[in-house]
Each structure stands twice: as structure tokens, then as C-alpha cells.
Design a protein around this ligand. Structure first.
Ligand code: SF4
Length: 353
């Protein structure tokens, strides 16, 4: 996005001061939500920071705000736009900030998988989509009696799904789907993989209970078994805490596996003097490092989400100035039918969690 020359010319300190001023002027008309993976220069201005689940709830609760400025990636802003109060406008400061993993599943591909799997298990399969998916995919899942999940409640949503049908199609993260299925007690051989570019022969899936979509988060699949081994040899006794979007062989070696909020809790609860290697997005790990000077919090490897990092203080200021001037930029809009069915899938998650 090309910023106006006056914003580009500000020093960082001037940008921060203007954001404070704009926030004061806009008061309760604006709520700023920021994901934990956002830059520090953005998080410091957030009214609420959180993981996907917490921010979904916060968007639904923001009853006073005329505008929600969502500092994150598009699937999160879409969720806010679907769950917020009628009339509230959701703005995303960095319009191009898409999640690469969410882009790995489109409705056409999901619909093809659904058609084939429904023929294999008529009326006996349910779709679960990770929150990190497009509004279109969430709407498809909502129409097919399915639900959304986050990394914080995936196992709970598996329980919800298995209470209704015998099979699950899990979209779009192969790793969260596999890790959740294994933690739930599903055997390896009962987990199938759906590659949308090269769909499997349908009969090879007959004995599966869960079919996972072949998508991945490049930030979390970056961590390897060797990273864990290096950390443990540099600091014997170190705690290794990873996100369930990591590959299963990494998850298996970790001491704690948790959603973003779970990771934060694990660091908070570790004793003074602990050495903790964290396998998640670097901006959060770096923040945890200086928030806990009594512990040594280290990245398992430096792994950055470049689209999360697209939002910075300057485009946040531009978003606030647009609202003040009555010309908001970066409005997230979703057609009514899509919003309706995606809301159905999201509400099933919120009820189940
Ligand atoms: S960290 Fe991974 S899942 Fe999250 S927005 Fe970035 S690419 Fe998507």
C-alpha cells in the first residue's frame, strides 16, 4: 500500500504520537484488535491482543465500537466482520496481508473433496475447518453441518464432530489435523491425506476416520527435529514448547504443545531460571523474551510470518486517519450468504468451546 507522503515523512516517534492522538479523538468509536504475532510497534496500541479464538470473542463483544481495526491477516478480519455487531465496520490496515495457509484451500477444491468423501461415507462425515481458512470455506463447512476450530479447541471440536458422525474432513492444515487426531487417539493408519493437486484414489481412504487437507503453515513447519536436538544439547533440561501447526516429529519431542495462548501460559508458569525454547512465530517469542527477564526464552529457530508483519505503525496510523476523515480504507466486506453460513460454523465452535 502506498502511504501518503506526510506519513512516510514522520519519524517513528511522530507516528506513535499521532496514533495516540487519533485514538484519543476517536475514543470508543474504534477498537483496535491485534494478534500476538503482530509487531511490537502495533501491539502497543491494541485495545486487545490475543490469539484467533480470543480475538473472535472480542470482535463479538465490541458493542460500543463503530469500527474495529484488525491488525492481523485477512481470515481473522473476515471472522471479526462476521461476528461483530450489525453496523460495525471492520478495517484491515494492511489489505494484502493474507495467510498463505488459508489460501491453500478454496471452495472448489474443498467441494470436490467433500463430494468424493461423502460418496465413500454417505451422511457419515463432518467437515471441520481451522479458523485459518477463508470465509468462503467456513461458509461451505457451515452449510455441510460442520464447524470451525482453532488450535486452542481443536480436540474439543473433534469430540463434537465424532459425537455426530464417524469421519472428519479437516481443512486446511495437515499438521494441526494430524496432531489433533493422534492426540485424540486415532491411529496413524486411520488418518488419510487429501492432496487437492493430486487427490488420492478414494478406496485408499476407506479405513480412515480422519482425512486431513494437504496444507501447511510455513512458519511452523520450519521447525525441525534438529532444532529441538540443538536446543536440548546447548541447554540440557531446557523446556521445549511448540505450536500444534508444527510437524508431528517435532511435536513428539516437545515438552509442551499448545496454542498461542497455551504457549504464553507455559512460559508464564515456568519457574524462574528456566530455559525455554519456543517454536512459534518470532515476534511473539521475542516479546516473551523481554517480558520474562527472570527466564531465558529463546526461539527454537527464527521463523517470521511475513504477512503478519505487513501491518506496521504507519499503516495503522493511515487506517485511523481514514476513519477520522470519514473515508475509511481497507474495509472488509463479505456477502450476506457467505457471512451467514460462516457465522453458523463459527457459532458452533463458540458453543462447543
Ligand atoms: S503464522 Fe502461519 S497460519 Fe499464521 S498467518 Fe502466518 S502463515 Fe498463516
Amino acid at each position: 500500500m502506498n502511504l501518503p507522503a506526510y506519513i512516510s515523512a514522520y519519524s517513528d516517534e511522530e507516528v506513535f504520537a499521532h496514533i495516540e492522538q487519533a485514538k484519543r479523538q476517536l475514543g470508543s468509536d474504534v477498537t483496535i484488535l491485534a494478534h500476538y504475532y503482530q509487531r511490537d510497534e502495533v501491539v502497543r496500541f491494541a485495545d486487545f491482543q490475543g490469539d484467533s479464538l480470543e480475538l473472535s470473542r472480542q470482535a463479538a463483544r465490541a458493542t460500543q465500537a463503530k469500527y474495529i481495526v484488525f491488525c492481523g491477516v485477512t481470515f481473522m478480519s473476515e471472522t471479526a466482520a462476521i461476528l461483530c455487531q450489525p453496523g460495525t465496520i471492520v478495517i484491515q490496515p494492511a489489505a494484502a496481508a493474507l495467510c498463505p495457509m488459508a489460501q491453500m484451500a478454496d471452495v472448489e477444491g474443498v467441494s470436490a473433496a467433500w463430494g468424493a468423501l461423502s460418496a465413500l461415507w454417505p451422511n457419515d462425515i463432518i467437515p471441520i475447518t481451522y479458523q485459518n481458512s477463508t470465509a468462503d470455506v467456513k461458509a461451505f463447512v457451515g452449510q455441510k453441518d460442520g464447524a470451525v476450530c482453532t488450535s486452542a479447541n481443536a480436540e474439543r471440536l473433534f469430540r463434537w464432530a465424532f459425537a455426530r458422525r464417524k469421519h472428519i474432513l479437516f481443512i486446511p492444515d495437515e499438521h494441526l489435523g494430524t496432531n489433533t487426531a493422534l492426540a485424540y487417539g486415532i491411529k496413524r493408519e486411520e488418518i488419510g491425506l487429501w492432496d487437492p493437486l493430486e487427490p488420492p484414489a478414494i478406496e485408499t481412504l476407506r479405513n480412515c476416520r480422519v482425512v486431513v487437507w494437504k496444507g501447511y503453515c510455513h512458519v511452523h513447519t520450519h521447525f525441525s527435529v534438529q532444532d529441538v536436538a540443538r536446543g536440548k544439547s546447548l541447554h540440557p533440561g531446557a523446556l521445549v514448547v511448540v505450536h500444534p501447526e508444527c510437524r508431528h516429529e517435532v511435536v513428539e519431542l516437545a515438552d509442551v504443545v499448545g496454542s498461542t495462548s497455551g504457549i504464553i501460559r507455559a512460559v508464564e508458569q515456568a519457574p524462574t531460571g528456566a530455559v525455554i525454547y519456543v517454536g512459534t512465530e518470532w515476534h511473539l517469542v521475542n516479546r516473551l523474551h523481554y517480558m520474562h527477564p527472570d527466564k531465558l526464552v529463546l526461539p527454537l529457530r527464527r521463523s517470521v510470518c511475513s504477512t503478519m508483519a505487513m501491518t506496521n505503525a504507519r499503516n495503522l496510523l493511515y487506517a485511523l486517519h481514514g476513519i477520522s476523515a470519514g473515508r475509511p480504507q481497507g474495509i472488509i466486506s463479505i456477502d450476506e450468504a457467505t457471512a451467514h453460513w460462516a457465522r453458523v460454523a463459527l457459532e458452533r465452535m463458540l458453543e462447543a468451546s
